[in-house]
Design a protein around this ligand. Structure first.
Ligand code: NAD
Length: 357
């Protein structure tokens, strides 16, 4: 059991790490009524766990197509249903699913009657190591991701490794990029540890995974506690993401897995850190070898250098130049404001030309 305190909000978020889904229902605090917003795949694949919840005075709203339904219309549908069922501030919302469902559920909880208790049960690795921490909730609006949203912490997060057994390999690796990122921006030793544990990780050994998830959450929690509203250090969590957003943007017609774009983005950021004379040759080699040791499948990812560069240039986070998180050393990130667009563009063109899947 962990207790994290986000200073800026004075909220205390309890995180429980569990091996079996059966343990969760006994730990969910008793509220008058619970409104469960639930991913359909999780309902299908973990039905006995959901059956246990049914005994807990729960109403259910099932989400079939998480990212598609992550919008304000779904929120209104849920809010209408909760209102009809007489939900009030002594009740709670429980979000169960990947990050799309937990973002949506968190947003409903934050806005219903100006906020009711929220319990989060993230079921994908990405949702466990990333979306579960930091209090960002939200929904997409038109084509813009997470355009409507709030900062709202859950009361409690239940991280259970049993959910991860039903993720396919690439969905698992999708979330694992965040674990790799957290190590790259904090310490060489933790990154090397991932290399040593590579077999256990790919075999999804529950105790190993829970330990790594806990460490990863701790890293994100520490950064977020210092900088809840993303004014300084929290930006380091964007390591690899500026390149990744460019890659996602050129693949927008057939969306790709975010973590896969982030992995390529991190490889690019490592190369650029070395090319600019910040990261040593040795550290660069070590980091790239570790990242490449995990079997990411990039076959369906389109890489178009000009499109990637154009999307990076129009990123709303830019100031005078394009802002990148680079590394001085593994574990030492910093913000680099690229003064020369031409330099960066040439780098991207060369990187994409030489890219091997
Ligand atoms: N709030 C934050 O800080 C934050 C951080 C990162 C990402 N996000 C959001 O999270 C979303 C991405 O998260 P995601 O990758 O979990 O996507 P997702 O929620 O779309 O889930 C991906 C797929 O995995 C399935 N799934 C979920 N749990 C499963 C399980 N245990 N077994 C088998 N299949 C399972 C889902 O049904 C879905 O098909 C995006 O909407 C993103 O904006 C939020």
């Amino acid at each position: 059991m962990k207790n994290l305190v986000f200073n800026s909000e004075q909220d205390s978020v309890k995180i429980s790490f569990l091996e079996k889904t059966g343990e969760i229902s006994t730990l969910i605090p008793i509220t008058n009524k619970n409104f469960v917003i639930l991913d359909k795949r999780v309902l299908d694949l973990h039905s006995s766990f959901i059956d246990e919840l049914k005994a807990k005075n729960c109403s259910f709203f099932v989400i079939d197509a998480p990212e598609k339904q992550k919008n304000i219309n779904t929120c209104l549908e849920i809010i209408n249903m909760m209102q009809k069922l007489g939900f009030n501030r002594s009740d709670a919302v429980i979000g169960i699913g990947g990050g799309a469902v937990t973002d949506l559920a968190g947003f409903v909880a934050s806005s219903y009657m100006r906020g009711i208790a929220y319990f989060q049960i993230p079921t994908s690795l990405l949702a466990q190591v990333d979306a579960s921490i930091g209090g960002k909730t939200g929904v997409n609006h038109g084509n813009i991701k997470n355009f409507i949203g709030s900062f709202y912490n859950p009361k409690e997060v239940f991280i259970c490794s049993e959910f991860l057994n039903s993720l396919d390999d690439q969905e698992f690796l999708n979330g694992f990029s965040e674990v790799l990122k957290h190590c790259l921006i904090t310490s060489k030793a933790s990154l090397m540890n991932l290399q040593e544990l590579a077999d256990e990780i790919q075999n999804r050994e529950p105790n190993i995974l829970l330990k790594l998830i806990e460490e990863s959450i701790d890293i994100k929690a520490q950064i977020v506690t210092e900088d809840f509203k993303e004014k300084g250090e929290r930006k380091f969590l964007n390591f690899g993401h500026t390149f990744a957003h460019g890659i996602e943007s050129v693949n927008s017609e057939t969306p790709i897995l975010h973590g896969h774009a982030v992995l390529i983005g991190m490889l690019m950021a490592l190369d650029y850190s070395k090319e600019q004379g910040f990261l040593s040759k040795d550290s660069h080699e070590v980091a790239k070898e570790i990242l490449k040791g995990f079997k990411y499948d990039f076959t369906n990812i389109k890489l178009d250098a000009n499109g990637i560069f154009d999307a990076m240039r129009s990123d709303k986070k830019n100031t005078l130049g394009i802002n990148l998180v680079l590394l001085k050393e593994i574990g030492q990130p910093f913000i680099f404001e690229e003064p020369s667009n031409e330099n960066l563009k040439n780098f991207i063109i060369k990187y994409i030309n030489d890219f091997e899947e």
